[in-house]
Design a protein around this ligand. Sequence first.
Ligand code: KG4
Length: 387
Amino acid sequence: MIILAIETSCDDTGVSIIKSESKKKKISFSDFELLSNNISSQALIHSPYGGVFPAIAKREHQKALVPLLIKSLKNSNLLKENKKGLDNKKILKIQKILERNPDIFKDLKEFFKKYQTPEINKIAVTIGPGLEPCLYTGVNLAKALSFYWNVPVFGINHLEGHILSNWLSPIEKVEFPAVALVISGGNTQIIQMENIGKYKLIGETRDDAAGECFDKTARILGLPYPGGPAIAQKAKEFKKAEYNIILPRPMIHDKNYDFSFSGLKTAVLYNFKKRTEKERTSKEYICEMAHQIQSSIIDVLTSKTMKAAKELNAQSVILGGGVSANKEIIKEFKKLCKKEKINCIVPQPKFSGDNASMIGLTSLISPNVKKTTWQRLKPNSNLKING
Ligand code: KG4
């Protein structure tokens, strides 16, 4: 079984290919092979805006998708030249499927002309949550390929993908029940997990996501997008408090597992505004502020997640999403989990951000994933994880 996976929920275009011959119900790391994992990042393009601009992200996905498909097939040794020519009747239908994505149609027509139908047995594609115009690009490509190649297609929940990205690496047996924390640019959610595929959303952000807070506060400080790595770097350079910056830890004492990060962003903005130009641009101020922002986010994330883990008697805490690449966040979670004798599971940095490998793997290991027809496949930008 060879799976083609596609991810376009936000600003990273991902195409991966996974192979598994296993007939087992529970697939582990040794039962599959990642043949290719290609990502095209739009970070530089969105950098001047300090965040993701959906119309631009859509345009960039359209440009990147077919070239990444070709690269992934080539990496996987699945690209073979076509000597038969195009199936013109099918092409007319493909044009209809891709009528809102003419760039993809143009590239795909060339692709079909040049290359044979590869040995792909199924297609997995992110259907949500995410930015709707972006989700449509991946979904429409998946529909077109499913129709032209006559292979089944599976719609995948992006958040489940982030949780299961941990299974892309050789991890020890994960003990359940678990508490998963998905922290990315668009989501901050605490999920109670009875097993793979059994989830209950128990807390989420009421406004900005943790990654969004990193991105927005970085922008205030004049740091580049994405803000998470930029803030982390400046926080690392922090030596001594000179500005006495104290930031809030929003909702840290509330009884629920919800988050709020927009107040933190506002507190950063107020502090920044009352500074002189010289102070604002000084290395000392920026590093101290970055350190405070990161500490505040870490305190809130760890306190809420560990509270949930203890109250729900979790055996494991599972992290996922772009923000889980943050070394200080990982360090703190590992320390707290060790103290509570809870397993702490963190994805490899190359799989923490958006990628298609996690989408392909989810289609292999999650019992939630149901086959659909390309005609029925459609994105849901607000897709929930409960199931
Ligand atoms: O999961 P992801 O790639 O996709 C989106 O939801 O877009 O997460 C991207 C987010 C961005 O907000 C970025 O600033 C943040 O992850 N991020 C980090 C780090 N690396 C990426 N945040 C904190 N520390 C990092 N090292």
